[in-house]
Design a protein around this ligand. Structure first.
Ligand SMILES: [Zn+2]
Length: 283
């Protein structure tokens, strides 16, 4: 009886600390969205109007580097006179040369706070990375990348994909997140963009294992960062709200793509789902 009690207490303690961890990640996601979108000052008294100008993108990149640095090794990779990718590394807990890449672009178009597009993808990526970093076991190494200049023609992700080729990194799969904060019909549906069969099967398996009932549609949209990786022959997919299906932000590339339009309930659900996908991948 006593043993059972101790066991129960341990289970309750570990599940409450897991809950506290997820709650604190949700708070951090709000902060990231708030600061990147000018809802609050990002540093000192600086409030970003967009993440389009050189200056505002550099401020955003430094902020994201500092955030990642709290739990992983991180560098800003300057790939051109104007472009900076923020790249974090989380090592496997076994000896392996295999890598998984997870990324999201942090730039926006001019005069657009870019909350949905794509502070939401940055916040999701950050939360998955932080979750994976605290796991006791990881069978893959992981790169977390915040891409610059997606809005100018996938410039940052192309530079990064080229770097993976140049460095002959053994990449198992690439997952990029773009626009994940709009769910007007309330079904919490997502789309996977041109996944390979095995990537698609993996996401669907985790949805089934954990009883997620939101629709997961497969779309043929390639107009974002995952294209850069497929072009180089890497297995890649994009994760997004129902972009093709039409339940997507009406504020796309407008000054009204603000913090207030973010559906945090939706973002949290999909964040936890993608955390589970990556956790399973790491087993
Ligand atoms: Zn985007």
């Amino acid at each position: 009886m006593i043993k059972n009690c101790i066991c129960l207490i341990l289970i309750l303690l570990s599940s409450s600390s897991a809950l506290a961890f997820q709650d604190s990640i949700a708070v951090e996601q709000k902060e990231i969205l708030s600061k990147l979108t000018g809802h609050e000052a990002i540093v000192d008294t600086i409030v970003l109007k967009d993440r389009f100008t050189q200056e505002s993108r550099e401020i955003a990149a430094n902020y994201l580097r500092n955030k990642l640095a709290t739990f992983c090794n991180v560098v800003i990779e300057n790939y051109s006179e104007t472009g900076n990718n923020v790249v974090g590394t989380i090592s496997a807990t076994i000896d392996t040369d295999e890598w998984i890449v997870l990324g999201a672009h942090y730039d926006s178009v001019r005069d657009c706070p870019g909350a949905n597009d794509n502070a939401s993808g940055v916040a999701l990526t950050y939360a998955v990375a932080k979750y994976i970093a605290q796991l006791p076991e990881r069978k893959y190494n992981m790169k977390i990348v915040f891409f610059d200049q997606e809005e100018r023609g996938l410039v940052g992700s192309r530079a990064y994909a080229q770097k993976l080729v140049d460095e002959k990194l053994n990449v198992v799969s690439v997952h990029t997140v773009d626009q994940l904060a709009w769910d007007e019909d309330g079904d919490k549906g997502i789309e996977l963009e041109v996944p390979t069969d095995s990537i698609k099967a993996h996401y669907l398996k985790i949805a089934e294992d954990f009883g997620y009932e939101f629709p997961i549609q497969i779309s043929d949209v390639t107009s974002t960062d995952h294209r850069s990786f497929r072009r180089q022959g890497f297995p890649a997919t994009g994760i997004t709200e129902e972009y093709k299906n039409g339940d997507t932000t009406p504020h796309y590339h407008k000054p009204t793509d603000t913090y207030e339009t973010v559906n945090f309930d939706y973002l949290t659900t999909i964040t936890e789902f993608v955390q589970k996908v990556f956790e399973d991948m790491m087993k």
